[in-house]
Write a protein that binds this ligand. Structure first.
Ligand code: PMP
Length: 403
């Protein structure tokens, strides 16, 4: 790989100093959650050691500091996504953000919502409960079928849900084009950017709602983001009522605050928001040009190494399709992938994932088995892939020899 990003940043990630039996760990599970750099950990510690107070409640100086930092973080997220500060809602995660939109728009079973066939369950099930779902089909290589999508738009869907990057195949959908097509058909557009937000620019003028999680982009768990165009955000029914969302209450009536506060009931994940702001700073200091180039090289090497092994059946296209550093594959003749992942972890220090990746309809279309997923980020390089693939070769030779 030409990119030396991993070498430059690795020292920032304390977890990468972990070793198992003297071997350094190779973390290839960033699509599940990324590791956190020291500045993010420091920002969370700073909140607890120097600020500590609740927001928007008291007038004492620590509460004012916490409120200012929290609102400043909202502004940072707004700049990061291209939305306005008043259009940024802090939630618990992508799942919570998507549920808030699906249940808050007042849809009924008569409304049509288009959902990508490769959607994560979190971008699929909330809509199935709220409306009539039709799937945007994928081709035999697992890429969105744009002709079928254009035909589905003629049914005038109320909402079109798009997955920016599949957490299984790593394929990036042409979201800008698809969102523009949806807008032309009069639909509200919702983009699941869980896998892309820390990797490339997200949003765009045709995206009405954008959802992502801090924990997949170097930030902490427990914080998510929902960005929404102001007039649409105002239409959402607040999922929770209580403290923080009302201006005035008597025994009969109450006045709900303006968005985004109307959608942030109770004490929010304040420390997490400090961490998210630090994660954005960290990513922006590197820049999406370099992050994107690094991802592309890593993705290319992953696909090449997978295809070089006939036993591995890659899910998704084998050509130069725009994709993230995520590769999922089934393994011929091996059904207990969990055992393989356990050996990779405990004997080789290689951490990756198996299962249906919360996208079971998509995985089931391509294989009867589960898949093994490897996913990389800025701290991974070619050396990590060499460790993975040589460990995998040894484990598979061993398993075959045992039969
Ligand atoms: N969408 C996609 C594409 C994802 O990869 C994930 C996480 N695996 C989610 C949604 C849900 O994210 P969270 O668990 O943070 O709510």
């Amino acid at each position: 790989m030409k990119s030396d990003l991993a070498k430059r940043v690795r020292g920032d990630f304390p977890l990468l100093r972990t070793s198992i039996d003297g071997r350094r760990i190779v973390y290839l599970d960033s699509a599940a959650t990324s590791l956190k750099p020291q500045p993010v950990i420091d920002a969370i510690c700073r909140y607890y050691t120097e600020v500590g107070a609740n927001i928007h409640r008291g007038k004492h100086f620590l509460s004012e500091q916490a409120s200012d930092d929290y609102e400043e973080a909202r502004t940072r997220v707004a700049r990061f996504t291209g939305f306005l500060s008043s259009e940024v809602v802090f939630t618990a995660n992508t799942t919570a953000s998507l549920n808030m939109v699906a249940s808050g728009l007042g849809l009924t079973g008569d409304d049509v919502v288009l959902v990508p066939f490769d959607a994560h369950h979190s971008a699929m099930l909330p809509w199935r409960r709220a409306a009539g779902v039709r799937y945007i089909p994928v081709s035999d290589t697992g890429v969105a079928d744009l002709d079928a999508y254009a035909a589905l738009l003629r049914a005038r869907p109320a909402v079109v849900v798009l997955t920016h990057c599949s957490n299984v195949s790593g394929v990036y959908a042409p979201v800008e084009r698809m969102a523009a097509m949806a807008k032309e058909a009069g639909a509200v557009t919702v983009v699941d950017a869980a896998q892309s937000a820390g990797h490339r620019r997200v949003g765009g003028e045709n995206v009405d709602f954008l959802a992502f999680s801090a924990h997949k982009m170097l930030g902490p768990t427990g914080v998510g983001v929902l960005c929404g165009r102001h007039e649409l955000l105002r239409r959402l029914a607040p999922p929770f009522l209580g403290g923080g969302v009302v201006d005035w209450v008597d025994t009969e009536r109450y006045d709900v605050r303006k968005v985004p506060h109307a959608l942030e009931a109770g004490t929010p994940p304040i420390a997490g928001v400090y961490g998210l702001a630090a994660a954005i700073d960290y990513l922006q200091a590197i820049g999406f040009d370099e992050l994107g180039e690094h991802d592309r090289e890593l993705a290319g090497a992953m696909v090449e190494e997978t295809l070089a092994r006939p036993r591995l059946r890659l899910l998704g296209p084998a050509d130069g399709t725009d994709r993230a550093a995520i590769a999922s594959f089934a393994i011929d003749g091996v059904h207990n992938l969990k055992e393989i992942a356990k050996i990779l972890s405990d004997s080789y220090g290689v951490l990756c994932r198996t299962g249906h990746m919360c996208a079971q309809p998509f995985v089931d279309r391509f294989t009867d088995d589960e898949v093994l997923r490897v996913s990389g980020y800025l701290y991974n390089d070619r050396e990590d892939l060499d460790v993975l693939f040589s460990a995998l070769d040894s484990v598979l030779d061993f398993v075959r020899g045992r039969r």
